[in-house]
Write a protein that binds this ligand. Structure first.
Ligand code: APR
Length: 250
């Protein structure tokens, strides 16, 4: 009986360049629901609140929902053992970087140093007119929408809305990491959103071994995944870190 966890651990230990690609699933055990699926955010909220045109034509309504989801709710979340195990792999030199679709800053709070935020971050809000950037916690959200002190424009969270381009550096660094990867961990994502979902395909095309961690199969599983570790990120990743650490490599 092949022990896939052991096999995955050996591949990571022998790899010269391992990258993790994460989605909403890694933050589920921190109390943040995924976007899709039965109890997903999009089953409770209309995704139009994150549509750029809708945001600019309905700033108050959009901000009321955005505050509820991404600040009142997300703001209380803490990193879980899954985030912490990835930071541990990086600290030991067995992981080069994390490419994340998440905007919750939990990888950084867990201690990860190299994190490419493909969809931006909820930590900051920006003025679309003068470009002023503010820490979200410094903004008074008692009156919505929050406005720029300089020019009174509606402030926008510094994460990517549907219909908005990907931050240049995060895009370039994410695909560069994918092309260099010998191993890519694909964790907690359905891969339904482009162009983010192209990152694992780019890694596979460049010869990387794909190790997927998810309690359910995804479109990646039958197309590019080499090792599928069925389970929750907060349970599988600490186990994987332990196995990598215990391995004796000649
Ligand atoms: N551990 C690992 N994976 C999990 C866990 C868990 N504890 N719980 C759920 N999952 C998996 C689900 O099975 C699903 O495959 O996480 C995945 C979550 O998928 P989505 O909700 O589609 O999230 P994601 O792929 O990150 O969405 C991509 O869509 O709405 C946009 O911008 C948003 O970045 C987001 C993008």
């Amino acid at each position: 009986m092949i022990d896939y966890l052991d096999k995955a651990a050996r591949l990571i230990r022998e790899s010269g360049f391992t990258v993790a690609f994460t989605g909403a699933g890694i933050s589920v055990e921190s109390g943040i629901p995924p976007f899709r699926g039965k109890n997903g955010l999009w089953s409770r909220y209309d995704p139009k609140v994150l549509d750029l045109d809708y945001f600019y034509s309905n700033p108050h309504d959009s901000w009321v929902k955005i505050k509820e989801i991404f600040y009142d709710f997300f703001g209380k979340a803490q990193p879980n053992p899954g985030h912490i195990a990835l930071a541990g792999l990086e600290q030991k030199g067995w992981l080069k970087s994390v490419v994340t679709q998440n905007i919750d800053n939990l990888h950084q709070e867990a201690g990860s140093k190299t994190v490419w935020e493909f969809h931006g971050s909820s930590q900051w809000v920006v003025c679309p007119r003068c470009g002023a950037r503010h820490f979200a916690t410094e903004i008074d959200m008692s009156e919505l929408p929050p406005r720029c002190h300089e020019d009174g424009s509606v402030l926008k969270p510094d994460f990517i809305f549907f219909g908005e381009g990907i931050p240049r550096e995060a895009y370039d660094q994410s695909f560069a990491a994918a092309r260099k990867a010998e191993v890519m961990l694909v964790i907690g994502t359905t891969g339904e959103v482009m162009p983010a979902s192209m990152v694992p395909y780019e890694a596979a095309r460049s010869g990387a071994t794909i190790i997927e961690i998810n309690p359910e199969t995804t479109p990646f599983t039958n197309q590019i995944t080499h090792i599928f570790l069925e389970g929750k990120a907060g349970e599988v990743l600490p186990e994987l870190l332990q196995r990598v650490s215990q391995l004796i490599v000649d």
